[in-house]
Design a protein around this ligand. Structure first.
Ligand code: NDP
Length: 332
């Protein structure tokens, strides 16, 4: 397996051309190319070029609208409802986050309730974008069933990522962004291919037994949430916030409606923005910086998001799997 070197501009141009030649208008192509380039730049490689073939499958089958425009409606001083009109989530976010930021700054808190959009990306782009405006942000979305609730042996939850970002006045926000599954199924498949074991608690066999054998999880078994019943509670919360609360599907309903073309299914997303300026009545920035310093003084501690932000400083080329690049070129 060999890698080839691509500059960040080349990554952007390859992605833009591919989206553009597969039914996306110029605006959507540019938004998606920017997302893909930034994921590669930050080292979020599982959500950069790697996801392009799946996006293209969804565009080709017609379930994703590459030329659509989301409908953004402010329905109360702090609630924005967005009908994604089957656009890709980054397009929906580009249109709706400025309104979320405006309302959260005015009112102290605001919520973005997104429906009918297609999310398969990392979630830090949205929380980080909100926190860059001095706001704390939380976002989550569901997917299709892959994870068994604690006590079950069949999947019900998606891998249901959650992201939280905290603003810092003269530094990048502190951001965590994680799936609520113990491990991505892709990583389980890699462990199977390479003959490695996975930690107990990663998943179950098809008969519901605990196992460290990735093959038993990947071939008919199921993933578990991280942290047992605690992660299960968080994954359940994601289903409720990104499903019933915003007026969209639970993961199992998403699966019933999806055409299984491999592209991201239609679903909801929940984003919350809160203004520390309005809530704290104190020097929240200095206060939280002291807290982060204390954390980092305690040994081998790093803040979530630091790896990506360090990668971001490197403006040089990225080394991308050659087969993947050739596959994307064949789609463009
Ligand atoms: P990771 O387990 O790799 O990382 C989770 C978080 O922990 C990151 O914010 C990471 O920061 C931080 N972190 C990692 N190691 C440390 C450490 N030693 N100390 C402190 N913080 C640390 O992510 P996942 O595999 O769970 O998820 C990967 C991506 O997949 C996410 O972007 C998620 O949004 C996406 N995803 C998207 C889905 C969708 O449907 N759209 C579904 C499921 C996942 P850093 O980035 O700086 O390493």
């Amino acid at each position: 397996m060999s890698n080839i070197s691509l500059s960040l501009d080349e990554i952007y141009e390859l992605a833009k051309k591919t989206f553009s030649n597969n039914g996306c208008d110029d605006e959507t192509s540019k938004i998606m190319a920017d997302l893909v380039m930034k994921a590669e730049r930050d080292g979020s490689i599982s959500h950069g070029l790697f996801r392009v073939p799946a996006y293209i499958s969804g565009l080709k089958s017609g379930k994703i609208n590459g030329k659509g425009k989301p409908n953004v409606k402010t329905i109360t001083p702090s609630v924005i409802k967005v009908d994604g009109n089957n656009c890709l989530a980054p397009v929906v976010l580009k249109k709706s986050i400025p309104e979320l930021v405006k309302l959260a700054k005015e009112n102290g808190i605001a919520v973005l309730a997104i429906t009918n959009s297609h999310h398969m990306a990392a979630m830090w782009p949205e929380t980080e974008a909100v926190a860059e405006h001095g706001l704390a942000a939380f976002a989550c979305t569901s997917y299709k069933p892959a994870v068994a609730p604690a006590g079950a042996i069949k999947p019900l939850f998606g891998t249901n990522p959650i992201s939280f970002a905290w603003p810092r006045k003269n530094k990048p926000p502190v951001v965590f962004d994680m799936a609520t599954a113990s491990m991505a199924m892709g990583e389980v498949q890699v462990a199977k291919r390479e003959g490695h074991k996975v930690p107990l608690g990663t998943g179950l066999t098809k008969d519901g037994k605990e196992t460290t054998d990735p093959a038993e999880i990947a071939d008919g078994g199921v993933l578990l949430p991280f942290g047992g019943y605690k992660g299960s509670g968080i994954a359940m919360m994601v289903e409720l916030l990104a499903g019933a609360l915003v007026g969209d599907n639970f993961s199992y309903e998403t699966a019933e409606k999806d055409n299984n073309d491999g592209g991201p299914p239609s679903g909801g997303e929940f984003i919350l923005a809160i203004s520390p300026e309005k809530l704290s009545n104190s020097d929240w920035d200095t206060h939280s910086l002291k807290f982060f310093e204390k954390m980092k003084s305690m040994g081998d501690v790093r803040l979530p998001g630091e790896r990506r932000h360090k990668n971001r400083l490197d403006k040089g080329p990225r080394y991308i799997n050659e087969d993947l690049v050739n596959k994307i070129k064949s789609l463009s």
